[in-house]
Design a protein around this ligand. Structure first.
Ligand code: ADE
Length: 249
């Protein structure tokens, strides 16, 4: 997978890309993140990437030309046979659709993604109308720019690409991957400051452990994020777990 990130602040990406999942994906040649400075696509003496809003108002607005040209330059590097016309061109903005594990999974199916980091007070509306194919928000709060949001999206997508994580199973069990929050995890020592690990986990009984994991994931989701259960596929034994928990409250 190739991810292009268009930004006025390329230096923000230096250290995140040099460690963890990003580095592992790059080292294993499973993904490449190409950071492009939109200022390189300006043509005036001062390399102007933003300007005052027509009609007045506070702040500056990102000019359309450098963004269009940066996207076109990225697209020109994508081989036609890989379906350059279908490449998602995504603007990170608090006005976008709310990012989720489902959207990460959807994006992980593409060979290329182009992420555009908005900044300042906004982006010329013609970018929205005539260039981007999708707008994503990482949550109902406002960041100063789309850079951190682009990193969040890129990391959530990359870890779904086969081979990027150490073990495939670990992504499948993650909170949200199953529609449930993840069950509690323990490691050695078996007793720490008098707090013991639940007995069942030491039992070696795989069926019992699996049952406990499922119960814990369901009750944890009920307690913390019960609305998630509305979208989760539940078996009849899952429903029994819910009934029992509700009766115990
Ligand atoms: N840019 C500023 N705030 C943002 C948010 N919440 N999500 C995505 N991009 C943003």
């Amino acid at each position: 997978m190739q991810i292009y990130i268009l930004t006025l602040f390329p230096q923000m990406f230096q250290s995140p890309l040099s460690a963890g999942i990003f580095k592992r994906a790059a080292d294993r040649k499973l993904a490449e993140i190409n950071i492009r400075n939109t200022r390189d696509y300006t043509h005036d003496k001062h390399h102007t990437a933003d300007d005052y809003p027509y009609g007045g108002g506070a702040g500056m607005v990102l000019k359309p030309e450098p963004i269009f040209e940066a996207v076109e330059a990225a697209k020109s590097e994508i081989p036609q046979k890989q379906g350059v016309d279908g490449v998602p061109i995504i603007l990170l903005t608090p006005q976008g659709r709310l990012f989720s594990q489902q959207i990460a999974l959807e994006l992980s199916q593409y060979s290329h993604l182009i992420l555009i980091c908005g900044h300042y007070e906004g982006v010329d509306e013609r970018v929205r109308e005539h260039l981007v194919t999708d707008e994503i928000s990482i949550g109902d709060y406002v960041l100063s720019g789309g850079e951190l949001a682009a990193m969040v999206v890129a990391e959530a997508v990359l870890r779904l690409i086969p081979g990027v994580l150490g073990s495939e199973a670990s992504a499948a069990d993650d909170s949200h991957a199953t529609g449930l929050l993840e069950y509690p995890q323990y490691t050695r020592p078996p007793v720490y400051r008098s707090w013991a690990v639940p007995e069942v986990l030491l039992s070696g009984n795989h069926a019992q452990v699996a049952k406990w994991h499922r119960e814990q994931a369901i009750t944890r989701t009920l307690k913390r994020r019960s609305e998630l259960l509305e979208k989760t596929n539940l078996s009849s034994s899952d429903r029994q777990i819910i009934d029992r928990w509700q009766q115990s409250q």
